[in-house]
Write a protein that binds this ligand. Structure first.
Ligand code: KG4
Ligand code: ZN
Length: 333
C-alpha cells in the first residue's frame, strides 16, 4: 500500500505543509513566507514569527490537502519538525500536527529540521551511502556523514556564526535587506574585483568552521574606509566575502569526501541556493569523480516536503512520536 505523509514545518519564518508519497514523490507542497514582515527588523523576530504561524497554519494545511485532492482518511501519518528552531514557532506546528493526528487517528512523527534539509535530496535523487552532506542555512553549518538511512554523524560544525547568519550580517553592513544571502550572491556575480578577506581554516585536521572573524573583517574594512572618507564598492566587498566562504566550505567538503570515501555528496539548506557555492562544489566534485547533488531552489530553503521525506524513513524504521511531544529548540541530529 502506498504511504502518504502529511508534513508540517514551522521552525523559523515559513509556515509550510506538504504531502509526500512513499518518501520520494511530492503530491503537494505549500509554503507561506513571512519574510516581508521581518524585513524591517533586519532579521526574524520570534514573537512575530509565532503569530504568523498561528494565522497561517490552518490555511496552509487545508491548501496542502486541497492541492493533493486528498482527505485526512487517505493519509498514513502526520510528520512535524520537532526541532531545532524557535520554540514558539515550533510549538505552533507541533500542536497543529498533534491535533490533526489525534482527531484523525493517525501516527505522529517528530522530525529533525536538518535531517529534513538533507532528505530534500531524496525527493530528487535516491540517496547513496556513505553520503556526505554540507548543511548550510541561517542557523546551521554542518558537515554530516551518513552511512545509512537515519544515521547522522556530525563531523564538523560552525564554532560561531552559521554561514547564512554571516551572509545576513554582512548584507546589513552593505545596506542590503534581509535575508541578505541572495543579494550578496547577486552583487558578487556583478563584481570585477574582490576585496581580499581572510580564509579561516582552523586546525589542519578540523572539519569545523568559523565565520565570525570573516564577518568582523568585513565590518572593520567598512569602518576603516568610512574613517578615510572613502566609499566602499559593495560588489567588491560581496565578492571578497563570498569567495572566502565558498573556498572554505568547498575545501573542507572535498577533504571530508576523500577521507570518508563517500559515494555521494549533497548540499542542503538555504545557503546551498548560492550560485557561487553551487558552481564551486560542482566543479570540485566533477574533478574528484564523486556525484554531487543539490536540490532545486525551492527545496533548499525551508519547506515541509523535506520533512515528509525524512519522516518516511523514520516511519519505515518504526519510529513514532506521541501526544507528549514538545518543541526542542536545541535538538541534536
Ligand atoms: O534553510 P533556510 O531557508 O532557513 C534556515 O533554516 O535557516 O536558510 C535561510 C538562509 C538565510 O540566511 C539566507 O540569507 C540564506 O539562507 N540564503 C542564501 C542564499 N539564499 C538564501 N545565502 C547565500 N546565497 C544565497 N543565494
Ligand atoms: Zn532550514
Amino acid at each position: 500500500m502506498d504511504n502518504y505523509i502529511l508534513a508540517i514545518e514551522t521552525s523559523c519564518d515559513e509556515t509550510a505543509a506538504a504531502i509526500i508519497k512513499n518518501g520520494t514523490e511530492i503530491i503537494s507542497n505549500v509554503v507561506s513566507s513571512q519574510i516581508e514582515s521581518h524585513k524591517r527588523f533586519g532579521g526574524v523576530v520570534p514573537e512575530i514569527a509565532s503569530r504568523h504561524h498561528v494565522e497561517q497554519m490552518t490555511i496552509v494545511l487545508e491548501e496542502a490537502l486541497k492541492q493533493a485532492n486528498m482527505e485526512p482518511k487517505d493519509l498514513t501519518a502526520v510528520a512535524v519538525t520537532e526541532g531545532p528552531g524557535l520554540v514558539g514557532a515550533l510549538l505552533i506546528g507541533i500542536n497543529a500536527a498533534k491535533a490533526f493526528a489525534f482527531v484523525h487517528g493517525l501516527p505522529l512523527i517528530g522530525t529533525h529540521h536538518i535531517a529534513g534539509h538533507i532528505y530534500a535530496n531524496n525527493l530528487v535523487q535516491p540517496m547513496e551511502f556513505p553520503l556526505l552532506a554540507l548543511v548550510v542555512s541561517g542557523g546551521h553549518t554542518e558537515l554530516v556523514l551518513m552511512c545509512e538511512h537515519g544515521s547522522f554523524e556530525v563531523i564538523g560544525e560552525t564554532r560561531d556564526d552559521a554561514a547564512g547568519e554571516a551572509y545576513d550580517k554582512v548584507a546589513r553592513v552593505l545596506n542590503m535587506p534581509y535575508p541578505g544571502g541572495p543579494h550578496i550572491d547577486r552583487l558578487a556575480h556583478e563584481a570585477t574585483e574582490a576585496v581580499p578577506f581572510p580564509r579561516v581554516w582552523l586546525e589542519e585536521d578540523s572539519y569545523d568552521f568559523s565565520f565570525s572573524g570573516l564577518k568582523s573583517a568585513v565590518i572593520n574594512y567598512k569602518h576603516n574606509m568610512d574613517q578615510r572618507g572613502e566609499e566602499i564598492i559593495a560588489e567588491h566587498v560581496a565578492k571578497g566575502f563570498q569567495d572566502s566562504v565558498v573556498e572554505v566550505l568547498t575545501g573542507k567538503t572535498v577533504r571530508a569526501a576523500r577521507e570518508f570515501q563517500v559515494k555521494q555528496v549533497i548540499a542542503a539548506g538555504g545557503v546551498s541556493a548560492n550560485k557561487g557555492l553551487r558552481t564551486a562544489l560542482e566543479k570540485a566534485f566533477k574533478e574528484e569523480g564523486i556525484p554531487f547533488y543539490v536540490p532545486p531552489l525551492k527545496l533548499c530553503t525551508d519547506n515541509a516536503a523535506m520533512i515528509g521525506a525524512a519522516a518516511y524513513e523514520m516511519y519505515e524504521a518504526g519510529i513514532r512520536g506521541n501526544l507528549a511531544m514538545n518543541g526542542r529548540p536545541g535538538m541534536e541530529l
